[in-house]
Write a protein that binds this ligand. Sequence first.
Ligand code: ZN
Length: 163
Amino acid sequence: MKMSNSITKGKVVGFSYHLKNSQGATLDQSDEPLLYLHGWQNIIPGLEKELEGLVENNSKQVVVSPEDGYGTYDESLVFQVPKAELPPEAELEIGMEFQTDTADGRMVLYLQEVREADVILNGNHPLAGETLHFDVTIKSIREATKEEIQHGHVHGPGGHHHH
Ligand SMILES: [Zn+2]
């Protein structure tokens, strides 16, 4: 009997995806398969748990609530900041990220709006509050290397973490 190579903790999984919101508008889709290390929260929890046990070429529709995705939208994470407080060399572009250290650790803020003297920075993920509708197809499954397990992410082509 041949063991089927299914998705379990410690596998490197490649998948393609098409992501839509509840209105059916495309939010994102993969050009190349995305590789991640299963079981290390490299991807949002609501998606990771639904991919458990799938095998190559399986397709699945997965609906992920904001709580299991990019979080609910939090108005208190929207900040008006004087331009003077931004790094002087920053070329302001909508959607660019700033990192700031808070009592809760490092936080990523997205530039949402540029006004005359101020900018609006938003600590919500751009997809916060969205119910996510994924169409996923599993393209590859392999054992992670020891080094990948130690680092908690995928190495090599397709791994999005470079160092
Ligand atoms: Zn690494």
